[in-house]
Design a protein around this ligand. Structure first.
Ligand SMILES: C[S@@+](CC[C@H](N)C(=O)[O-])C[C@H]1O[C@@H](n2cnc3c(N)ncnc32)[C@H](O)[C@@H]1O
Length: 264
């Protein structure tokens, strides 16, 4: 007989993380979360829900739950067309502001997107005057990002000359050189409760994350990003991904068909 997944638990997970869990795929959620019951001495998913309800969302067992539900697929130079626009076209200089260009990758997973930004900055001769941050819900992904060591599969789209210049080969793995590591920062954060001051970033990347979100969380993202991005800054999503309702108050720009949201 088909098992009914605890409704209260699904609702709680969506409220806290923004992630939508399709009822047709609750079996997947069931198997990912059931694996945690033993570690927290719980008998059922209902008990897990009750424990989560009375635990602050940055403590265990929440951290283990984030690791279990995170879909972290990523690789260097993923969806390249949008990335190639960043340094030549999207980053604008601000006469009123000095200091490094500040970019944030939201849902950075194991860090490939952030290190790709560092590679692009290297090629554009913008190092070291950039500060590239990545945040992700999952502490497991953030630990991998901080390590900065990647398998062949992850770096397969890095142009060979750049691979040579920016990585140290360690057997079958590739370690990012210090020159690039110095401009990146990673932290475990939930974008829905991210408390950075307004105007903190010149640009935000939010790619391959909104597809997992509930409609109501998609709407909240507009307000969150509009506050975090400084005037003149941009938001770049994955190709074929859009903010709801046209993204207003952001202004839409098209760069050869690639949509970019701009804060005026
Ligand atoms: C498929 S990966 C995308 C990685 C990268 N942006 C890319 O395009 O290759 C999605 C990531 O979003 C993260 N994520 C999901 N909800 C989040 C939230 N509320 N706050 C921060 N990260 C979140 C997941 O943990 C996962 O690592």
């Amino acid at each position: 007989m088909k098992r009914v997944f605890p409704v209260r638990l699904v609702r709680l997970l969506s409220e806290v993380t923004g992630i939508h869990h399709d009822p047709d795929r609750h079996y997947l959620l069931d198997s990912r979360l059931s694996g945690l019951l033993k570690s927290f001495s719980l008998d059922s998913l209902e008990d897990l829900g009750l424990l989560l309800e009375r635990t602050p969302p940055d403590e265990e067992p929440w951290l283990a739950v984030y690791d279990a539900i995170s879909t972290g697929e990523t690789y260097f130079f993923r969806d390249r067309a949008g990335l190639d626009l960043i340094f030549p076209s999207l980053v604008r200089s601000h006469p009123a502001r000095s200091g490094p260009v500040r970019l944030l990758s939201v849902g950075c997973s194991s860090g490939e997107e952030v290190y790709t930004l560092a590679l692009l900055a290297l090629v554009a001769a913008r190092l070291p005057s950039v500060l590239l941050e990545g945040i992700d819900l999952s502490s497991g992904q953030i630990a991998k990002a901080r390590e900065g060591v990647f398998a062949q599969r992850s770096v397969r789209l890095v142009p060979p000359g750049l691979l040579e210049r920016a990585f140290i080969r360690e057997g079958h793995f590739f370690r990012v050189k210090d020159e690039l590591r110095e401009v990146v920062r990673f932290s475990r954060e939930n974008i829905l409760s991210f408390s950075k001051p307004a105007n903190s970033y010149d640009g935000i990347l939010f790619r391959n994350v909104i597809i997992y979100f509930e409609d109501s969380s998609r709407k909240k993202m507009i307000e969150i990003f509009y506050r975090l991005i400084s005037p003149g800054g941009f938001l770049l999503m994955g190709s074929g991904e859009f903010l709801p309702d046209g993204g207003a108050p952001f202004h839409l720009e098209s760069h050869n068909g690639i949509v970019v949201y701009r804060k005026k």
